[in-house]
Design a protein around this ligand. Structure first.
Ligand code: GLN
Length: 492
């Protein structure tokens, strides 16, 4: 079969169960596509054909013995931030270019238990810091919709791989938008779960109080399948919450759009820099939801102006602390011929970290240093609480909150945004992480250059089922999520 990459996860599961094709055939099909097409997209940092085929054969054997799970034999791509035993894990950084983890991240381990076949590891901004995937040591990933544009970031490799049909779905992580924004830029569905829903064990830390893994796929239904694998309590992550995960697939029709109260934050639609096409498509999608029975309610989120400064204090502060462990001693890159220990630390880190990571370490250490800690870090934590309260107040009168996922469509590669300009592009996503809330991106159309646009729906705590269900129903009534970039149409 030459069009296996066009099947949804449910169709793949049914096809495998009905022996229409084997996991080996499916895996070979994806590996062939990666070999033929990924040179243009550069979504993978590492492809693992031998391990993948061995996993596929094991999956096929399990099927024969009648012991298969619903996803046994379905391929997946993992963001290169999830540790994979025996396979290089780089976090997009030179400092980890030679790092082979001795263990699997919980998300990866759960994938193995579910029978997923790992195709490889996909590219990302260095240590997940960025919005374009250009800060990766391994070079820029291209947006499948326009190869001279970025796929977004930091989970740009995950988004590009799925959008080019080089993986049926992929894992991502979201510290300040890194699932939702690349999903938006590449025309995909991506879910950032409630903080604590998905284990962070073995997920290389950027900003621990904000980081959360989640699924990226074509549709809410496909995301629900991967959420069923990823979600759940983990003893090895003390911030993973002891709340039973839902069956996200079973709940896909669990929320009625009829009567759903969707909050429209006044402040969000008057942001300077909100692209006219983005605004128009998002408003059209809300109109569609209204036709389907939802009620649009204007709300206030008064802390909007505080999002960027607060996030860009807290995230770098935590990053500077987390990244202390990369010292050239324990693992990763070590400089040549250090003269003493200080020289070893200094040069290993200066040579091993890229400019964006170094900038954030500097901002973070400054904000945490004696004398500035109260003025900056403690103050930012207080504002963070106010941002959370703003959302909780809004959820007293609405069920979900709507926003664009990003103020623009994908940037041109090398557009050389200055750092602050890039940070401002995170306006719609970062508050969700500061508050620890779940949110989803759904594709809702294109701009004048045929670049995808996304609608973001933000839910209250633990409302992943509701978000997936609302988007699922929107996707039953529309076909934006089925549109494919020309490169994904290529047969190999
Ligand atoms: N763009 C944001 C940042 O650079 C978010 C990145 C992320 O979610 N990992 O921090």
């Amino acid at each position: 079969m030459t069009d296996l990459h066009r099947l949804s996860i449910r169709e793949l599961s049914e096809g495998l169960a009905g022996s229409k094709f084997s996991s080996r055939e499916l895996t070979e099909h994806y590996l062939k596509r990666i070999e033929k097409i990924d040179a243009q997209v550069q979504s993978y940092v590492t492809v693992t054909p031998e391990q993948a085929l061995a996993q596929a054969d094991a999956a096929d054997a399990l099927r024969k013995s009648g012991m298969a799970n619903v996803l046994t034999g379905v391929p997946v791509a993992h963001k290169d931030i999830f540790c994979t035993q025996g396979i290089k894990t780089t976090a997009g950084s030179k400092i980890l270019d030679n790092f082979i983890s001795p263990y699997d991240a919980t998300v990866v381990a759960k994938g193995k238990v579910a029978g997923l076949v790992t195709l490889g590891k996909v590219n990302m901004d260095e240590f997940a810091m960025g919005s374009t995937s250009e800060s990766s040591y391994f070079g820029a990933t291209k947006n499948p919709w326009a190869l001279d544009h970025v796929p977004g970031g930091s989970s740009g490799g995950s988004a590009a791989a799925v959008a080019a049909d080089l993986a049926p779905f992929a894992t991502g992580t979201d510290t300040g938008g890194s699932i939702r924004q690349p999903a938006s830029f590449c025309g995909l569905t991506g879910l950032k779960p409630t903080y604590g829903r998905v284990s962070r064990f073995g997920m290389i830390a950027y900003a621990s109080s904000l980081d959360q893994g989640g699924p990226m796929a074509r549709s809410a239904e496909d995301c629900a399948y991967l959420m069923n694998v990823m979600a759940g309590h983990d003893d090895r992550d003390s911030t993973s919450v002891k709340v039973d995960a839902d069956d996200y697939v079973a709940n896909l029709n669990g929320t009625s759009v009829k009567g759903l109260r969707i909050g429209i934050p006044k402040q969000y639609f008057n942001v300077a820099g909100l692209d006219a096409d983005v605004k128009a498509r998002v408003e059209e999608s809300l109109k569609k939801l209204e036709e389907m029975g939802a009620t649009l309610v204007e709300i206030d989120l008064n802390m909007t102006d505080a999002y960027v400064p607060t996030y860009y204090l807290i995230a770098p502060a935590e990053a500077s602390s987390n990244l202390q462990r990369f010292d050239g001693v324990r693992y990763g890159y070590r400089c040549e011929n250090p003269v003493d220990l200080t020289d070893l630390y200094k040069r290993s880190r200066s040579e091993g970290f890229g400019p964006e990571v170094q900038r954030r370490i500097l901002i973070g250490t400054y904000a945490l240093s004696a004398g500035y800690y109260d003025a900056y870090y403690v103050k930012a934590q207080k504002v963070r609480r106010l941002i959370q309260q703003d959302f909780l107040k809004a959820f007293e009168s609405v069920d979900v909150i709507a926003a664009p996922s990003a103020p623009t469509t994908a940037y041109k590669i090398g557009a050389s945004l200055d750092p602050v300009e890039m940070y401002l592009g995170d306006i719609y996503t970062i508050a969700v992480n500061l508050a620890g809330l779940p949110a989803i991106n759904a594709p809702v159309g294109f701009d004048k250059d045929q670049l995808p646009i996304g609608l973001q729906l933000i839910g209250n705590y633990w409302s992943e089922s509701q978000l997936l269900s609302v988007v699922h129903q929107y996707q039953q009534a529309t076909d934006w999520h089925t549109k494919r970039a020309a490169i994904a149409e290529e047969t190999v």
